[in-house]
Write a protein that binds this ligand. Sequence first.
Ligand code: GLV
Ligand code: MN
Ligand code: MN
Ligand code: MN
Length: 415
Amino acid sequence: MFTMNASLENIKNGINELDQFNSTKGQGTTRILFTDVELEAREYIKDKMKMNGLTVEEDAIGNIFGVLEGQDPKLPPIWSGSHIDTVKHAGKFDGMAGVIAALEAQRMIKEAGMKHKRTIKSVVFTSEEPTRFGLCCLGSRALAGELQRKDLREICDEDEESLEQVLERLGYDLNAFHLIKKSNHDVYASVELHIEQGAVLEQLGKPIGIVDAIAGPSNITVTIEGVQEHAGSTPMPIRVDALTAASEIVLKVEALAKGSSSEHTVGTVGFMEVYPNASNAIPGKVTFTIDLRDSDMAVKEEVLQELLSSFKEIESKRQVSIHYVVDNHDQPMHCDNHINSMIEKICLRKSIDYNRMISGAYHDSIFVGKFAPISMIFVPSQGGLSHNPNEWTDFEDIKLGTEILAESLLTLANE
Ligand code: GLV
Ligand code: MN
Ligand code: MN
Ligand code: MN
C-alpha cells in the first residue's frame, strides 16, 4: 500500500505558476494553442519535468511526455495527463489540474523510491480545446490516428493560417507525423485527473468521482443565407431574414436535446456571427456553431438526423439557404472496468467517499481510449462552474485526487 502524501504546495504552486501564462489577466485565463503564452507554458512544463528528473519527449504535433522510466522499459507504459490550453476567459483548473497532478504523482512515486516495472509517462496533450482551430483534441486525435498529416492543411484558424503552416513555422518535423499514431498495446493504461466541471460531487458532498463514460461531441458549423434588406422599408411578409431562421434552429437544438430519450443529451449554440450586424438592416447571413453531446451514440445520431432534417423544413418555410459542415461526430468512450474497480478499492481502503459517474464534458481520454484502457478521476468543481473565470476547485481536493492517482498509476505500473 502506498501511503505517501501529495504536496499541497507543489499542486498550488504548479497551478498558480502555470496561470501566469495568460493573455487576459484579470479577466480569467486565456491560453490559446501556440500563442506566446501557450508556448511559454509549454517551456515551463518541460523545465518542470526536467527538474523532476524526467526525460522529456515531444511528438510532431506537440504532445509532450515526461518519462519516469520503469524497471522494464520494454513493457507498454502507463500514461497520465491532460491539457494546458484553454477556452477564452476560462479558469485555471480545466486541464491544468490533471497535468500538475500527473507530475506530482510521478514525483511522489520517484521520491518514495517505489519500484515499478512499467514506465510512467505524464502527458500534455496538444489543444484539447477547439479555441484556435475549431476542432477539439488535436493531439489525442492524432495519437488515435484520427488526425492525419493530410488533414493539417485543411484545418485553419480565424486568420486562415493552417495547422500545417503553424506547426512548420514552429519547427515541428511533419515528416515524422506518421510516428505519432499509437496502436493497441502501445500503452498499457491511462488515467486522467480532471475537475468535474459540473455540480454532482458538490451536491453529493463526495470528494472523488470515478468516471464510467465520457460523452462524445459533435460539432456542426452552419451558415444561413437570406436577403440583406432595409429594416424600415421591407414589409414583413416578403423578408428572407437569416437570423430569424437561425433562431428557429437554436430553439430546435434546445428542444431536441431536452426531449431526447437520453438524460445526457446536451445541445448548445455558443457562437454566432450576424452579417452585416446593423440595427437597421435585415440580416442577410448568419454563421453559427452547434455543439451536441451524449454518452449514448445512437441517441446522439438520432438527434443529429432530426436536427438536420429540420434544416430542410426551415429552408422551404423561410426561403433561406442553409449550408452546414459536420466538423466532427465523435464517439463517447467507456472507461475500463478493471481500472475503475482498482480505483474504487483504493478509495474504499482510504475510506474516501466516491461517486461513479458520467462525464458530460469531453476529454483527451476519449481518443486515448481508442488504443488503450482508460479511466478518469474527477475532483469537485465549486458551484459546478467551468469555462468561466470563477471556476474553482479546492487545492485540498486536487491533493486527495492526486494521491489516488499516484496509487492507481503505481498499481497499474506493476501489473
Ligand atoms: C472541452 O473542454 C469541452 O468539454 O467542451
Ligand atoms: Mn475545457
Ligand atoms: Mn479539460
Ligand atoms: Mn473538456
